[in-house]
Design a binder for this molecule. Structure first.
Ligand SMILES: Cc1cc2nc3c(=O)[nH]c(=O)nc-3n(C[C@H](O)[C@H](O)[C@H](O)COP(=O)(O)O)c2cc1C
Length: 386
């Protein structure tokens, strides 16, 4: 594929993704306020909510229910479920279907966070191929009643001696997943180094269903390069969008063959920050304190690379309501141009795992022992996310 050539749409069951660009789910980041901002810049992609713990949804945990909400204008309501117990993930899928909560369900088999993998979840789970198959089988069965496509998000494996992505991709395809997203790192690699895009190409060669490539896309040109090098049907972007929802405008332009890119001034970024704060206030049912506390991490990302002093950044971190945020934004110089130096540079998490945490004896066999079955399944958490 040539640079700047367009990328054909991808159909996930009845869902038509005109620009196959996915906002990769990020816990604590991709709630509806952020998704709405991204979708306004690139209205033709797929914007996935952050992972929701199946057990918390089944228990009707209020935080989980809040994470399941969508803004009225969201075109494709996309939820991600996480769980280890097939029966509980199935129950969560049943709630999604019976209550018409979403148009698309993604399953999280990629999370490397110790709290998740030590329970056998996230990226630890595909190693137990029978358990992995069982979860997908049940969720696809329930979701197919409502013609809701199911996709799976995976990593390369636990480490390079325990790779799972090819098996996992085949199982996902056999069990009826509409697509697979591969974050081309192992659990042990966590967020360190560079993801190995050649593994995405391998998976593309192996599967008939669309593969979304994921890992280290920091600019629209990176996205074009990933498609060119791997042949993936679409791309999923996480950290590159942090503090840059307008990246979706760049991506749409790039895949439409245009060189046009957005470089907002600090004044324009300030307007996005204010709107983000207002949307978060709605998300938290009018609680401005919760909203501006949630906003803090986003502000740090929004201001990345701008010549804004430590005092001003600190003042943003001390805001307690919308009026405080407005005052801080008004104190910024609106004419400062976009800092090109950080445009295509990594942001957010970037380190290797200190150690991969797994249930006892997890790597000894690809089958679950009875003990493991009892412990991991009873440990399925009640927290809304992680
Ligand atoms: C703060 C943060 C939260 C994340 N939460 C989730 C999640 O809830 N579900 C998931 O599948 N992946 C999650 N991820 C992984 C991202 O979706 C993505 O796969 C990963 O960051 C690699 O893509 P990137 O290089 O474009 O960031 C998270 C990543 C970050 C940095």
């Amino acid at each position: 594929m040539e640079e700047n050539s367009s990328l054909p749409p991808v159909d996930l069951g009845p869902i038509h993704v005109k620009t196959p660009v996915v906002l990769s789910p990020m816990a604590g980041v991709t709630n509806w306020p952020f998704r709405v901002l991204c979708e306004e810049y690139g209205p033709e992609g797929l914007y996935v909510a952050e992972m929701i713990t199946a057990r918390a949804l089944v228990a009707r945990n209020p935080k989980a229910l809040r994470l399941c909400r969508f803004a009225p204008g969201e075109r494709i309501r996309s939820l991600q479920l996480y769980g280890v117990s097939p029966a509980i993930v199935e129950m969560a899928a049943r709630i999604v279907v019976d209550e018409g909560m979403a148009d698309h369900v993604d399953l999280n088999f990629g999370c490397p966070v110790p709290k998740v993998t030590r329970r056998g979840g996230g990226s630890a789970l595909p190693w137990k191929s029978g358990l992995f198959r069982d979860i997908i089988h049940r969720v696809v069965k329930v979701c197919s009643e409502a013609d809701i496509p199911v996709t799976a998000k995976i990593r390369v494996g636990i480490d390079h001696d325990h790779e799972t992505f090819l098996d996992a991709g085949r199982i996902a395809q056999d069990e009826g997943c509409a697509a697979v997203t591969l974050h081309a790192r192992t659990t042990a690699e966590y967020y360190g180094g560079h993801s190995d895009w050649s593994r995405i190409a391998e998976l593309v060669g192996e599967l008939d269903i669309p593969v979304f490539g994921n890992g280290d896309i920091w600019s629209a040109d990176d996205a074009l390069a990933m498609v060119r090098r791997t042949g993936c049907a679409g791309v999923a972007i996480g950290r590159g969008c942090q503090g840059r929802p307008w990246l979706f405008a760049d991506l749409r332009n790039a895949f439409a063959g245009s060189d046009e890119r957005m470089e907002p001034t600090l004044g324009e970024v300030g307007r996005v920050i204010m709107r983000h704060a207002e949307l978060l206030t709605e998300f938290y049912d009018g609680d401005e304190t919760m909203a501006v506390h949630d906003l803090r991490k986003h502000v740090a990302w929004y201001l990345k690379g701008f010549p804004v002093g430590g005092g001003v950044r600190k003042a943003f971190m001390e805001c307690e309501d919308l009026a405080d945020v407005r005052r801080r934004i008004d104190s910024l110089d609106p004419d400062i141009p976009y800092p090109r130096a950080v445009e295509d540079k990594p942001r957010g998490r970037v380190r290797y795992a200190k150690k991969v945490h797994l249930p006892y004896g997890w790597l000894d066999s690809r089958d679950l022992t009875d003990d493991q079955r009892r412990t991991v399944i009873s440990a399925d958490p009640l927290d809304a996310s992680y």
